[in-house]
Design a protein around this ligand. Structure first.
Ligand code: ZN
Length: 138
């Protein structure tokens, strides 16, 4: 297997890891190839690979909750919150959320992230209830 986008992680079993989407699969198996093509279609439609979504959310939460990162002028709490919210939006896009849900989805997720960063249990609970509307895209 020689490719710029596939890494041989095979353990002698023909397992590859796609450098684009991060999926580990066996290219010789038709069902694995189909699953892999589905992952790429989701990305083409505007989704992000799982590992990138998690990176966005983890780094976003870290920045959103740490004022000291704001000091270097490159990252601030708003950028962190935005990264977290986009991480969730990318997952919803991958799972087929209609585009006309965008504004309300983003608004509700910012409310939830704001409440979490403020560490206010009442606001968190109230905001989390609003997110249930999009649970099927999570
Ligand atoms: Zn891939």
């Amino acid at each position: 297997m020689k490719s710029n986008t596939l890494l041989d992680v095979g353990f002698g079993l023909g397992v590859a890891e796609c450098r684009i989407c991060g999926l580990q699969f066996v290219p010789q198996l038709p069902e694995d190839r189909e699953l892999h093509e589905q992952e790429h279609r989701k990305i083409i439609w505007g989704g992000l690979p799982y590992g990138i979504r998690e990176f966005l959310k983890d780094f976003g939460w870290a920045v959103a909750q740490r004022d000291d990162l704001e000091a270097n002028g490159k990252w601030n709490t708003e950028a962190g919150k935005r990264a977290v919210v986009f991480g969730y939006w990318a997952r919803a896009i991958s799972n087929g959320i209609p585009e006309n849900e965008f504004e309300s989805f983003m608004s509700a997720h910012f409310e939830w992230v704001d409440a979490r960063v403020a560490n206010d249990p009442n606001r968190i609970d109230k905001a989390a209830k609003k997110l249930k509307r999009w649970q099927k895209y999570g």
